[in-house]
Design a protein around this ligand. Structure first.
Ligand code: PXP
Length: 241
């Protein structure tokens, strides 16, 4: 069964809306783990708009399943991440104006630079992942960086407005998954996945992790985090290894 990793950024977004102390993503992470999450994901953005350094520090001490840190490939973030020692880092593109991560990282021409960047983490026993669009050239470039994992961006599939586009985007993802697996990469999927569209991958073998935030936090706002995670796990538990 693939792993379900829960992104708790939105809990911090709600807290920051009032610059208050609650709700606390640390509590959300604990409840997500109680619900069966295999990992907790946070994105420490350059502008600290939701997750803060304090959150990462406490989550590192309290999360027992696995802490995954999404981050921009900058020297400042590199130093913070090496100090925090998450179980995995995932490099993502970051723009100040965006509502959420808008697309995959463009690796073309940056293979050598990213290889050096990732090597510092691998040497410390921290797993590495790159968030990329499911395009053959990006997948080949990812292989060159020496990363162990890639997270294929499922946003274009999730946000497709009509069945034809959604079908095309799903095919693009399925081809990317296969190519990545042939290249020896471990494949995670994330962005825009939820209770209503995750079943598109019900027959896709070899996915290591699903990274889900918005949909689970939305469900959690009505039924609670633990139940929301369990509900997603009930679906994913039927997926092949
Ligand atoms: N993967 C990455 C790289 C992301 O940036 C995000 C959003 O923070 C997610 C997965 C989760 O996406 P969603 O909140 O749409 O489930």
């Amino acid at each position: 069964m693939p792993k379900l990793c829960v992104n708790v950024d939105h809990i911090a977004t709600l807290r920051q809306a009032r610059l208050a102390n609650e709700p606390d993503p640390v509590h959300a992470a604990f409840l997500a783990e109680l619900g069966g999450a295999s990992g907790i994901i946070v994105h420490l953005r350059e502008d600290r708009r939701h997750i803060t350094d304090r959150d990462v520090e406490i989550l590192r001490k309290t999360v027992t399943s696995g802490l995954h840190l999404e981050m921009a490939a900058t020297q400042v973030m590199r130093d913070i991440a090496l100090e925090a020692r998450p179980d995995m880092i995932c490099l993502v593109p970051e723009k100040r104006q965006e509502l959420t991560t808008e697309g995959g990282l463009d690796l073309l021409g940056r293979e050598r630079e990213l290889q050096d960047f990732l090597a510092d983490f691998s040497q410390e026993g921290i797993k590495t992942s790159l968030f990329i669009d499911p395009d053959p050239e990006q997948i080949r470039a990812a292989q060159e960086t020496g990363t162990e994992y890639v997270e294929l961006h499922t946003g274009a599939f999730a946000n497709a407005g009509d069945p034809d586009t959604s079908g095309q985007e799903l095919e693009r993802l399925q081809n990317g998954i296969q190519l990545g697996q042939e290249a020896g990469l471990r494949i995670n999927l994330g962005h825009g996945l939820g209770y209503n569209n995750i079943t598109a991958f019900a027959a896709t073998p070899g996915i290591r992790e699903y990274s889900i935030g918005h949909s689970i936090v939305a469900m959690a706002s009505f039924v609670g985090m633990e139940k929301a995670v369990r509900r997603m796990l009930e679906i994913i538990s039927r997926f092949p290894d």
